[in-house]
Design a protein around this ligand. Sequence first.
Ligand code: SAH
Length: 235
Amino acid sequence: MTRAPFLLAVLALSCGPAPLASDESELARARQRMVAEQIEARGVKDPLVLDALRKVPRHEFVPKAVAAEAYGDHPLSIGHAQTISQPYIVAFMTEAVRPRRGMKVLEVGTGSGYQAAVLASIGCRVYSIEIVRSLADSARTRLARLGYDVQVRYGDGYLGWPEVAPFDAILLTAAPEAVPAALVQQLKAGGRLVAPVGGEHDVQRLTLVEKDSLGRQKRSELLPVRFVPMRKGLR
Ligand code: SAH
């Protein structure tokens, strides 16, 4: 059960919106509760990850109309038919790449900028690519306003960010049908890449690619998930 986030998301949505959290201190309390009840309780242990999830104001990354639901146990719509992932999934994926201060990290699918802010809060040097120009622009502005040092590029994540590569870690937050070869190439020896892999209507597999010090790859499937599809090419 603890490993069925999508099911949990559906259940949470069908139970209606989270209790109204109207002011900042209530939002801060809701955030601490979110970490304790949704994230620690399901086995995420890395103190750097837990600390980042306690700090980053998730309600700033969702549309104002649903800010009070920002700490609920489910994904939320951020416009352009895109979603910000369920908090547990953000925490799980972040822990899976073992982020540490100073690491160079690539995110594909900036969306709201929340996942990028979590990585930046840990002290990673974050590069994030978004294929919807208006989302890239608004995430860049939001991250700067909130004081997160993140490089956001409007572009196609299939190509990665070759000028900055190689990366210590790569996270995909949109689902390709297979792990893009260019991204595996841009991963350092000893690096970790995590991606939801599978078709739009399938249950996707959250897949971890580890590169050892000799550059050999090991793949493992971590969790069934449901992400928006990774688009092919700029429009
Ligand atoms: N990480 C985000 C949520 C991502 S939703 C957050 O924390 O809010 C997935 C995002 O991936 C969407 O914004 C979508 O536009 C973007 N996306 C889809 N295909 C892409 C591609 N080929 N390259 C870059 N971004 C892509």
